[in-house]
Design a protein around this ligand. Structure first.
Ligand code: NAD
Length: 477
């Protein structure tokens, strides 16, 4: 489905004319998505401004992450962490530059701020002092990321308040920069989890997070054995992934991205979609598995298929889903049953079976929820109940499988351009697209990029959470 305003906005004359006439028409920014495969240095050549308050407990890991990923980092002359950044810049032969806090300096690809030590109301002023002069220097499709301390029961109330304040700050920044296609997000890091910050920081600064905006990511120290090293350019090498609902939309895009990250993908969809499914499986070098996930035999059939073709499974993406919309008074019982069973019941049954010996240690389970599961939606009691159920399911299952190093997370897409949203009446569809920080719908691959990130070893510290891929949708925010 094409987005008329997005296409119009790419025409410079039309854009200038609408701006010149002062017409109140939103002109969304074409988002800069990654055009290359997975690479070790996704931030090559990026100009990144780094700052912090009085202290920066995370500066070592931030400096190393940015230098390894290829970024050129600028810090102010009297920054106490300057030496740490210089050492990393030299080690990776990245030119270091001096950041000046004025609005007229060189343009910036990203702004990163370590706010994890802010602990008083007064210390929040550090945010204003650092960001105020830099906001106009952020390029189109730029990135803002704040690092914070995850809440814990032992923190003083004032520290809790200060760290909580960061979320309101970043969500507002996300709204301010969204019209230029830029995003702003926050990573909350648990006290002993800084070693697991690298993956989420790389992801949020990269062009694979274009539709993640105004969101918190919580990083915890995982239980279980340490992971072996991995190659950033083939992060899923040797892994086997199952994607349900792979024949089209988000499932097809996810299958392709998992394959390009090195995984062998088992592409599952309904037998009625066999032709389309085989085509997707062929294109990604994977295997088609025509199965209706709601049948009683489905969990065993999947386990048998994996056993027949591979030693085990590393990644499960529960993507298959349906809407059966009607207001509750008009809803037929079979519509209720179908939506709840496909979106939630089958997820639980298949996961239980695959945990019996098919999913390997350090496995990944990613379930598709929806912003409708967070906010509710008119005419979607069945769909929203099933998608809220997914949020509870990942929270409940994560601690149960943590000892095996398995992570379980949900992705909540907002408005994504697929046949699911093409079926929405035009006025509601247009509102769904525009009511977000980025003012446009996302592409299936934007969700696929987030799923792929959560599938990688780099997301080892993220479990039991829900990541919204919604462009900063105002609904349920
Ligand atoms: P889609 O309709 O394009 O694709 C869904 C796929 O699931 C289809 O190929 C379908 O055949 C398959 N499927 C349905 N029932 C099945 C069954 N019983 N057995 C096997 N396969 C089955 O949808 P999409 O937009 O790509 O959505 C994918 C997921 O993302 C869904 O879970 C959906 O609820 C969720 N989601 C989508 C959006 C959006 O804006 N598109 C927003 C929020 C959440």
């Amino acid at each position: 489905m094409s987005d008329f305003l997005l296409e119009l906005g790419q025409n410079h004359r039309a854009r200038a004319l609408i701006k010149g006439l002062g017409l109140p028409i939103p002109m969304p920014q074409d988002l800069a998505r990654a055009s290359e495969g997975f690479i070790a240095r996704p931030l090559e050549g990026h100009e990144v401004a780094f700052g912090h308050g009085d202290a920066s407990p995370l500066s070592e890991v931030i400096a190393k992450t940015l230098a390894e990923a290829g970024a050129h980092v600028g810090v102010v002359h009297d920054c106490p962490s300057r030496g740490i950044f210089e050492t990393q810049a030299e080690a990776w032969s990245r030119p270091q530059w001096e950041l000046t806090l004025n609005p007229d300096g060189p343009k910036l690809d990203s702004i990163v701020f370590d706010a994890s030590a802010l602990d008083t109301t007064e210390s929040l002023r550090n945010l204003y002092d650092f960001f105020h002069p830099l906001m106009r220097r952020l390029k189109k499709c730029g990135r803002v990321v704040i690092l914070a301390t995850a809440p814990d029961a032992k923190q003083a109330p004032l520290m809790r308040a200060t760290q909580a304040a960061l979320l309101g700050f970043i969500k507002s920044v996300a709204k301010e920069v969204g019209k230029k296609g830029s995003t702003a997000n926050i990573i909350y890091v648990e006290g002993n989890a800084s070693a697991h910050l690298e993956g989420p920081l790389r992801f949020l600064l990269s062009r694979r997070s274009v539709f993640v905006s105004g969101q918190p990511i919580v990083v915890r120290a995982p239980k279980g054995r340490k992971l072996p090293e991995w190659d950033w350019s083939r992060p899923l090498d040797g892994k086997v992934a199952l994607v349900t609902g792979a024949a089209r939309g988000i499932g097809a895009a996810t299958s392709s991205l998992l394959a390009s990250a090195g995984a062998t993908v088992i592409c599952l969809d309904r037998p009625a979609d066999d032709g389309l499914l085989s085509k997707v499986a062929r294109e990604v070098g994977g295997m088609p598995l025509p199965v209706d996930i709601t049948t009683p035999e489905a969990p065993q059939a999947i386990a048998d298929f994996v056993a027949e073709h591979r030693d085990g499974l590393d990644i499960i993406v529960h993507n298959a889903g349906v809407t059966r919309d009607k207001t509750l008074a008009r809803m037929k019982p079979e519509w209720w049953d179908q939506a709840v069973d496909i979106n939630l019941g089958a997820v639980e049954r298949i996961t239980s079976k695959l945990l019996e010996g098919t999913l390997r240690d350090h496995g990944r389970i990613i379930c598709l929820s929806s912003v409708a599961g967070i906010a509710g939606n008119l005419g979607q009691t069945n769909y929203a109940a099933s998608k809220s159920g997914i949020l509870g399911y990942v929270r409940g299952l994560a601690p149960v499988v943590a000892r095996r190093g398995i992570t379980v997370n949900a992705i909540a897409p907002g408005f994504i351009e697929t046949r699911l949203t093409a079926a929405i009446p035009v006025v509601i569809r247009e509102a769904g697209r525009r009511l977000s920080n980025l003012g446009q719908g996302g592409q299936p691959r934007d969700v696929g990029d987030a799923i792929t990130f959560l599938s990688t070893p780099a997301a080892h510290g993220i479990t039991g959470t829900t990541l919204r891929v919604c462009g900063g949708a105002l609904i349920g925010a």
